[in-house]
Design a protein around this ligand. Structure first.
Ligand code: PDD
Length: 283
């Protein structure tokens, strides 16, 4: 049984408890981070915590955390669960209070939860064969840059896509692709340029995105940060997605239309390999 962390205590998962009045439960008033662990070490921990703090600022959370404290909570989860490879989930909610849309009178303090999930990140079979995606309209709120737990739309469309035989969804707004259900997304065009949505309010500022773009630069690949259209996606040479739990994942089929001959291409493959080589050192 896993050991999880809840508000100051490490406890077996079936003893972990959160109030029914917690605003994370009642209002999705909570933010989260997912940090991957490979070979027992966290990847890009500081960057994940920096984004956590940004999410809290954007939502007027009044608490602050010390990075050393957060690091030792993560490390304790790794140690107590013997986690060699997988992810650590951290969620911070505004805390428990009588149900009220106005939170300015709240006196309770934030709830903090951490748990781990074992996951094969390095030897991920889907990365070898490539994934298929369905395209759906992006109907999320317009602050997708804040990593909140209000994930119902993405969860619903991904579930429906899987039922329809796809692996995931990529979302679009006004004919332009924004991101995947839980990943940033990219195409490679005929000139071997990598194109990915620019950072603004409509996409999450991915930690893996940042690392992978740095890797692309180190490999002398050209990167263009702008939105690409559905048409550009369908005629791309390659497509791929990035996330902390997926690293770099090639996409070889969009709406039953083969991309790049239907197999992972050289750019995605090189980026995945180089990202894994460099990120394992980046704790
Ligand atoms: N999701 N876009 C969205 C909507 C995401 O949910 C995620 C990550 C990303 C990639 O961000 P990063 O590289 O920092 O993981 C982009 C996590 C993994 C999740 O919800 O499980």
């Amino acid at each position: 049984m896993r050991i999880v962390y809840v508000n100051g205590h490490f406890v077996p998962e079936d003893e972990a408890k959160i109030s029914v009045f917690d605003r994370g439960f009642l209002f999705a008033d909570a933010i989260y981070e997912v940090t991957s662990v490979a070979d027992g070490k966290m990847i890009d921990f500081e960057a994940h915590m920096a984004r956590l703090k940004r999410s809290m600022r954007e939502l007027d959370f009044e608490i602050s955390f010390d990075n050393d404290e957060l690091r030792s909570l993560h490390q304790e989860i790794i140690d107590q669960n013997d986690l060699a490879e997988g992810v650590i989930y951290l969620q911070v909610t505004r805390g428990a209070a009588d149900r009220d849309f106005n939170f300015s009178e709240m006196t309770g303090s934030a709830s903090v939860v951490l748990f781990s999930q074992v996951k094969k990140l390095v030897e991920n079979p889907s990365a070898k064969i490539g994934a298929s995606v369905q395209l759906v309209e992006d109907k999320r709120w317009l602050r997708a840059d804040i990593k909140t737990v209000q994930l119902l739309y993405s969860s619903l469309v991904k579930t429906r896509a899987i039922k329809a035989g796809f692996d995931d969804v990529w979302m679009h707004r006004d004919g332009l692709i924004t991101e995947g259900s839980s990943s940033n997304v990219y195409i490679v065009n005929d000139q071997s340029e990598i194109i990915t949505h620019q950072l603004n309010d409509t996409v999450l500022h991915g930690i893996t995105r940042r690392a992978v773009l740095a890797v692309a630069e180190s490999l002398q690949m050209k990167v263009i940060e702008r939105a690409f259209s559905i048409e550009e996606l369908l005629s791309a040479k390659e497509a791929f997605a990035t996330s902390a739990s997926g690293f770099v994942n090639p996409v070889v089929n969009v709406e039953n239309h083969a991309i790049g001959g239907g197999a992972p291409g050289p750019v995605s493959t090189a980026l995945r390999n180089e990202y894994m080589r460099t990120s394992m050192k980046m704790v």
